[in-house]
Design a protein around this ligand. Structure first.
Ligand SMILES: NC(=O)c1ccc[n+]([C@@H]2O[C@H](COP(=O)([O-])OP(=O)(O)OC[C@H]3O[C@@H](n4cnc5c(N)ncnc54)[C@H](O)[C@@H]3O)[C@@H](O)[C@H]2O)c1
Length: 364
C-alpha cells in the first residue's frame, strides 16, 4: 500500500560503489510509492577535465570519474554540500571510504531529521578512543543519534552496475526498518537477505579485505590455487574467531550469507585489495604509491583495516592467535617481506587443534 508520506533518501558518497548503488536506489525510488522520486547524492566535489564533478553528473547522469560508462537515473541529484543533501532525508545511505566517516558525522550532527534511519555500506573499522576498534555503524549511531543498519555482500561495484545477478545481506535488528530498506535496495538482479545479526555482518565486510591482501600476496608470489584456498580458509577461521572473541552473540549462520563466505571469495579473486597487493609483491612499490597509481582516486581498505585490527590485537596481547591478520599487516607496513607470508601461517593455530572450538561456541 502507498505511504502517505513518501520517504526521502539521501546517498552519502559517490565513489565506485556509491554510484552503483545510486543506480539501484534511484530506479527503485522512481518505482515505489513509499519513496520520494528525488534521491540526493552527496558528491565530494572535485574537478574532472576542468569541470565540477557534480555539474557533470547532473548534466550527463554519469559519474565519469568513479563509474564511467554507466548511466545514473535522472532523479538522482548530485549535491556538493552534505548537509544540503541530507537535511530532509528519512533514509541516509552511507557509502564513503571509512576514513571520512567521523568528519562527515561531525558536519551532519544536529542537521538531519531526528527520525531518520541510516544504512551503512562502508567496509572497514575505525580506531576507538582508548584502544580497540569501532564499527562504523556504531560511530554513525553514536554521533548522529539515529539507528544504523548495514549492507554487505559479494558485490563488486562494476558487476552490480552491469546488472549481473548477485546477493547481498542487510543486517538490521528493527523489524519495521528491515522491509523498508529491502524495498529501496532489492532488484531482480540484486537479491537481499535481511538478518538481525548486524555486528557480524559488518565485521565480515571489514575483515574480508584483510584476507584479500593475503590472496593478492599469494598471486604476486606465483603460488597456486591450493595455497590461495588455504589462505582464504584460514582467513575465514580468523574472521569467525574474531567475532567469537570480540562480538560474542554473533551467529555462525551469518558467515554463510552473502556478507560472509561469498564476499570473501569474490574479494580474494576480484577487487582492488587483491589487485594492489599482487602488484605490491611484484613491483616492490609501497601500498600508498600503488593506491595512487592504480586506483584513480578510489581508496583501499585492506591495509588500513589490517592496521586497525593489529593495533587492537597488540594491545590485547592476541597477535599470535590471529597470525594471518598479523602477518598481512606486517607485510603491508614493511616489517616483514611478502616471502615471509607463508612461514607466518605454516603453524597456524587451526593446524594445532583437532576440533574447531571457535565454531562450537558460536550459536547456529
Ligand atoms: N567498490 C566496491 O566494489 C565496493 C563494494 C562494496 C562495498 N564497498 C565499500 O563502499 C565504501 C565506499 O567505496 P566506493 O567504492 O564507493 O568509493 P571509492 O573508493 O570508489 O571512491 C572514493 C570516494 O571518496 C570520496 N572522497 C575523497 N576524499 C574525500 C573526503 N575528504 N571526504 C569525503 N569523501 C571523499 C571520493 O569523492 C569518492 O567518491 C567503502 O567502504 C568500500 O569498502 C565498495
Amino acid at each position: 500500500m502507498a505511504c502517505s508520506n513518501p520517504k526521502q533518501v539521501c546517498i552519502i558518497g559517490s565513489g565506485n560503489w556509491g554510484s552503483a548503488i545510486a543506480r539501484i536506489v534511484g530506479s527503485n525510488a522512481l518505482r515505489s510509492k513509499n519513496f520520494d522520486e528525488r534521491v540526493t547524492m552527496y558528491v565530494y566535489e572535485e574537478m574532472f577535465n576542468g569541470k565540477k564533478l557534480t555539474e557533470i553528473i547532473n548534466e550527463t547522469h554519469e559519474n565519469v570519474k568513479y563509474l564511467p560508462g554507466r548511466k545514473l537515473p535522472p532523479n538522482v541529484v548530485a549535491v556538493p554540500d552534505v548537509v544540503e543533501a541530507a537535511k530532509d532525508a528519512d533514509v541516509l545511505i552511507f557509502v564513503v571510504p571509512h576514513q571520512f566517516i567521523r568528519t562527515l558525522c561531525a558536519t551532519l550532527l544536529g542537521k538531519i531529521k531526528s527520525t531518520a534511519i541510516a544504512l551503512s555500506l562502508i567496509k572497514g573499522f575505525d580506531r576507538a578512543e582508548g584502544g580497540g576498534i569501532d564499527l562504523i555503524s556504531h560511530i554513525i549511531t553514536r554521533h548522529l543519534k539515529i539507528p544504523c543498519s548495514v549492507l554487505m555482500g559479494a558485490n563488486l561495484a562494476n558487476e552490480v552496475a552491469d546488472e549481473m545477478f548477485c546477493e547481498t545481506t542487510i543486517g538490521c535488528k528493527d523489524a519495521t526498518a528491515g522491509p523498508l530498506l529491502r524495498e529501496i535496495i532489492q532488484t531482480n538482479y540484486f537479491r537481499v537477505v535481511v538478518v538481525d545479526d548486524e555486528d557480524t555482518v559488518e565485521v565480515c565486510g571489514a575483515l574480508k579485505n584483510i584476507v584479500a591482501c593475503g590472496a593478492g600476496f599469494v598471486d604476486g608470489l606465483g603460488l597456486g590455487d591450493n595455497t590461495k584456498a588455504a589462505v582464504i580458509r584460514l582467513g575465514l577461521m580468523e574472521m569467525v574467531k574474531f567475532v567469537d572473541v570480540f562480538y560474542p552473540g554473533g551467529k555462525l549462520a551469518t558467515f554463510f550469507e552473502s556478507c560472509g563466505v561469498a564476499d570473501l571469495i569474490t574479494t580474494c579473486y576480484g577487487g582492488r585489495n587483491r589487485k594492489v597487493s599482487e602488484a605490491f609483491v611484484r613491483t616492490g612499490k609501497s601500498i600508498k604509491e600503488l593506491e595512487d597509481e592504480m586506483l584513480n582516486g578510489q581508496k583501499l581498505q585492506g591495509p588500513y583495516t589490517a592496521e586497525e585490527v593489529s593495533y587492537m590485537l597488540k594491545i590485547k596481547g592476541m597477535e599470535e592467535q590471529f597470525p594471518l591478520f598479523t602477518a598481512i599487516h606486517k607485510i603491508c607496513t614493511g616489517q616483514l617481506t611478502p616471502k615471509d607470508f607463508i612461514d607466518c601461517i605454516r603453524n597456524h593455530p587451526e593446524h594445532m587443534v583437532k576440533t574447531c572450538g571457535v565454531c562450537l561456541s558460536l550459536p547456529q
